[in-house]
Ligand binder design. Structure first.
Ligand code: G1P
Length: 293
């Protein structure tokens, strides 16, 4: 039986320019979908997948994520004193007790592959997950996407597993694109991955979305990965190198992805979550009807 992933890396050093001016002071991962920041959804999914070590790859200016998961002594004692136990539980519940956070900095923004490589000293040579918090993947009460992927990786002797979703042809140059041979309803064996190909040369319209389960070996491959698309060190290029050594699977997860790296995605996620909230579902539907009339 191959080893289960226990560590998950969150590359969170990005500037979030699509949400300026808010992101002048608010880290994009702290933008809320209803009352929870994007990073909370990402962390919940990692914990659901069995992670006990969360590695945040951040930059020297971003302290909000560390603050958010830290103990808030003053707030907690005020809530306790005033008997606001529900709120206290909410504030204390951002992270289960058995989970630890490790923060590493990415000194320069050299690309996603470089960001992941910064986590090497913490992860070492074991399977690990990567979650890009911009991609909020929601599967209601069912298993989160990363848990589905980690289960598959264990069943397939530690194979790398990458989440994919079909996108419109004209969007291929925004994603890593895979060419894969189907193995089952949701899984396929990747033959080729290419970062942000133009629609006319893209091998398919099957795009990588922000979830990966990877072997520790990827770090060594990243160390020798040259800058690729956009002049950045791309995780996709290291995965392409990994394909020469072992099989990597593309996985169509169960759940809905909201691309919260752009405004429309954040609006959609907010509406979808409001429609799942018993207190908000009816007023939200009413408001949407009103807007559409
Ligand atoms: C990154 C990856 C890309 C992937 C995408 C998913 O790109 O490099 O392969 O498809 O995330 O969100 P970015 O969006 O950081 O440019």
């Amino acid at each position: 039986m191959s080893k289960r992933m226990r560590k998950v890396v969150f590359p969170v050093a990005g500037l979030g320019t699509r949400f300026l001016p808010a992101t002048k002071v608010v880290a994009k991962e702290m933008l809320p979908v209803l009352d929870r920041p994007l990073i909370q959804y990402a962390v919940d999914e990692a914990v659901d997948a069995g992670a006990d070590t969360l590695v945040f790859v951040t930059n020297r200016y971003k302290h909000a994520i560390a603050d958010y998961f830290d103990k808030a002594y003053e707030l907690e004692s005020k809530l306790a004193q005033s008997g606001k136990n529900d709120l206290l539980a909410m504030v204390q519940g951002t992270l289960p007790k058995h989970v630890r956070c490790v923060f590493v900095t990415q000194p320069e923004a050299l690309g996603l592959g470089h960001a992941v490589l910064c986590a090497k000293p913490v992860v070492g040579d074991e399977p690990f997950g990567v979650v890009l918090p911009d991609d909020l993947i929601w599967n209601g009460r069912g298993a989160g996407a990363l848990r589905q992927m980690s289960d598959l990786s264990v069943r397939e002797n530690g194979a790398g597993v990458i989440a994919v979703e079909e996108v419109a042809r004209e969007q291929t140059d925004k994603y890593g694109i895979v060419d894969a041979s189907p193995l089952s309803e949701r899984a396929a064996k990747i033959n080729l991955v290419v970062e942000k190909p133009k629609p006319d040369v893209a091998p398919s319209n099957l795009a990588i979305v922000g979830r990966y389960v990877l072997p520790g070996r990827i770090f060594e491959l990243l160390e020798t990965t040259k800058p690729g698309a956009g002049g950045e060190i791309q995780l996709t290029d290291a995965i392409e190198a990994l394909l020469a050594e072992r099989s990597v699977l593309a996985y169509r997860f169960e759940g809905t992805r909201f691309d919260c790296g752009n405004k429309l995605g954040l609006v959609k996620a907010t509406l979808a979550m409001a429609l799942e909230d018993p207190a908000l579902v009816e007023p939200t539907k009413g408001f949407i009807r009103e807007l559409c009339d």
